[in-house]
Design a protein around this ligand. Structure first.
Ligand code: ZN
Ligand code: ZN
Ligand code: ZN
Length: 143
């Protein structure tokens, strides 16, 4: 008799494993490191080529999908170049995004209300102030 079918202790399945909660994949780490090593905007194809040069076999479709997920997570910005979307690592300094709802083109902007956000929160006695401002619309090429 083996113990492979032993029931788990009660509650054991409720503890999430780090791999489930963090949802980081090998592909995501690889793509992040390619973008981190480049100051340039890169297309999915260019990132795919770079990974191939490094001996990493990641399919182009996977690169596309992973970049889209990383953009949603705010890890990368998408920039439209002609018909194509290219990506860059999101700036490390504080900024906001103006994003096209149609093609995903993203421009990094500073909001004119940084001080206002601080002062209105301080008036109400709040500390540790953070704010999130994301603006979306249709870019000139999508109108
Ligand atoms: Zn950004
Ligand atoms: Zn657009
Ligand atoms: Zn801000």
């Amino acid at each position: 008799m083996t113990n492979t079918d032993m029931p788990r202790p009660p509650g054991a399945e409720l503890v999430p494993t780090p791999s489930v909660t963090k949802r980081r994949t090998r592909q995501r780490d690889l793509i992040a490191s390619v973008l981190a090593g480049s100051d340039q905007i890169m297309t999915s194809q260019q990132i795919h080529n770079r990974l191939s040069q490094q001996g990493q076999s990641v399919g182009l479709a996977t690169v596309y999908r992973t970049l889209a997920a990383m953009q949603l997570a705010g890890e990368v910005d998408a920039v439209r170049i002609g018909q194509e979307l290219a990506y860059r690592r999101c700036s490390q300094t504080h900024h906001h995004h103006l994003t096209c709802r149609s093609c995903g083109n993203t421009i990094e902007i500073m909001a004119p209300l940084e001080r206002w956000a601080e002062s209105v929160a301080a008036e109400h006695g709040f500390t540790g102030i953070e704010h999130v401002i994301e603006i979306s619309g249709l870019c000139p090429s999508c109108q």
